[in-house]
Design a protein around this ligand. Structure first.
Ligand code: 6PG
Length: 247
């Protein structure tokens, strides 16, 4: 059964997500000396990123020990308004003390397949450089942030695409017909190795998909967010009342 927390509004959802991010970062840095996270794209996380960058909160994370990856990226330049990197750089990365070498951007301005291959290599090199054999074998993100579209997609794992059942490669490029656009995405093979996955879902437009993803039959080709089942068992859904209206 999914672990779901329902909040009255997007503001309190973002605050709870910030609390979890901070707690996860502090524990990871205390226990392993670093935190590795993947940011979600889209607009829902913006409030969370702004909170994490705010004066009252940002010093609760020792950002120099945080490694930033992304769950997915649009195939546009990093300065493009649609870029997940550009949006998170504006709201968060440029405002906290991350080390530049610890910001692992998806090179989505390159040819899609090349971008996917390069990012997969970046991830393989990162995890193979970890200090202990256990950490190298686990190859686990401490926290992966994910959104969900009104069609039940997550990251850029869209309904009916091969990405849903990609259990070998860690990163893949896919052409999304409904968007008429290429995307780069982490795959279930890597996402499901995470210690913790946090979904952030807000707004009435998500309520039909959310109801089915959480409580409907298991149809991941139709509702790809269902494919996210971390081996750790730690998939938490933070949703607002508008998105949870059908529960
Ligand atoms: C993206 C995201 C995507 C997003 C959902 C929800 O690049 O767009 O990775 O999976 O999380 O589409 O988007 P909103 O938060 O904008 O509703």
């Amino acid at each position: 059964m999914a672990n779901v927390q329902i909040f009255p509004d997007p503001q309190r959802l973002a605050q709870a997500a910030a609390d979890l991010f901070i707690r996860t970062a502090q524990e990871a840095i205390r226990d392993r000396g670093f935190m590795v996270t993947a940011l979600a794209g889209g607009t829902t996380p913006n409030m969370l990123y702004a909170l994490l960058a705010s004066e009252s909160i940002r010093d609760q994370v020792d950002w120099q020990y945080v490694h930033i990856f992304w769950g997915d990226e649009r195939c546009v330049p990093p300065t493009h308004p649609d870029s997940n990197y550009a949006r998170s750089n504006t709201t968060l990365l440029s405002k906290v003390g991350l080390l530049p070498e610890n910001i692992h951007r998806i090179p989505a301005e390159k040819k899609p397949e090349l971008a996917a291959e390069e990012y997969e290599e970046t991830l393989l090199q990162f995890f193979s450089s970890l200090p202990t054999e256990d950490l190298r074998n686990q190859a686990s993100f401490d926290l992966i942030l994910l959104g969900m579209g009104d069609d039940g997609h997550t990251a850029s794992i869209f309904p009916g695409t091969p990405a849903v059942n990609e259990n070998t490669r860690w990163v893949t490029a896919l052409y999304v017909d409904k968007l008429a656009a290429w995307r780069i995405t982490l795959t279930p093979a890597l996402i499901n190795r995470a210690r913790q996955v946090l979904f952030l879902v807000s707004g009435p437009g998500k309520r039909d998909a959310l109801q089915h993803v959480l409580y409907g039959s298991y149809l991941p080709d139709r509702y790809p967010a269902q494919i996210v089942q971390p081996r750790s068992g730690a998939a938490l859904w933070m949703v607002d009342e508008a998105a949870a209206a059908l529960f």
